[in-house]
Design a protein around this ligand. Sequence first.
Ligand SMILES: [Zn+2]
Length: 338
Amino acid sequence: MGRVAVLVESRKIELQEDAEREPSAGAIRVRIRAALTDGTDLKAYRRGHPQMPMPTRFGHEFSGDVVAVGEGVHVFSRGDAVMCVHTAPCGVCYWCRKTQEELCERVMPTMLLGAYADFIEVPRAIVERNCFAMPEQLSYQEAAFLEPLSCVVHSTEMLEPHGTVAIIGDGSFGILHALVLKDAGVEPALIGRRPERLAIARGYGFDPIDARSEDVVAAVRQRTEGRGADAAIECTGTQAGWEETPALVRRGGTVSLFGGLPPGSSVTFPAERLHYDEVRVVSPFHFTPRAVRAAYETLCARRFDVLPLVTHTFALNDIVEAFTRLDEGEGMKACIEP
Ligand SMILES: [Zn+2]
């Protein structure tokens, strides 16, 4: 028997008993060792999420140890430490055949939730395509970054980044983008307004632009000989952030809208900026198995330290406190360690 956290309604989490089952064919049962919170979880906690009707299990960034394997699983065995993402494409639909697996019809309906728990069953599709053995040098917390880092790798692949890239948002996705870009030789100009998060960015050696005291467009131009950034990535998932992004790039630059808005949202851009200045717009969503593999290799090689992004660690019994604190705006990512 294990425990599983269930989001029963907005701002109400219950720990429930979870019956122990043998894994299905091709699946593995994993004892969770680290599960990270992210912005999607917090959004779901505050106001529900269209992909996660309540009551729902939640939590999807995790790592742990295999405790049982289903029939036909040969790659992993009991006792192996593993890291995975919470989705896998079907491999046969129109989008999968076009290698746009992030848009696969099966990705969202079959996503795996419930990492705030003692155990989770990882289904066959994920085991086969998006699950990896954890190397000894990684901690469980670091390994749990595989999913968010996969999103960021996919995002930067769509951008073909070079020169100076402005990033709107000092949350974990903003800083992960800055780390991936810097590692690729690109100069990130990180924009934020939360002192605690700007301090984390400075700890990494970045020189963030403080939107509370600086004119953001002027500050970006000042860093780019007056032109504007070669690209700008929106990582706040707010309408204001989306509408502000085109002003940050140079003529011929690229706007990347990474932070999703709720269904039904609309945004307005100045048409002349997009047309006469040839500003290109991309909207990266989710990730491909190729991005997951690249994120795995980045983590294994320890290209940068992800751990400063984890500001709190809680036991599973204290998950209510974890979300209460995040809801109050404290910290960045919390780690739940059952
Ligand atoms: Zn597919």
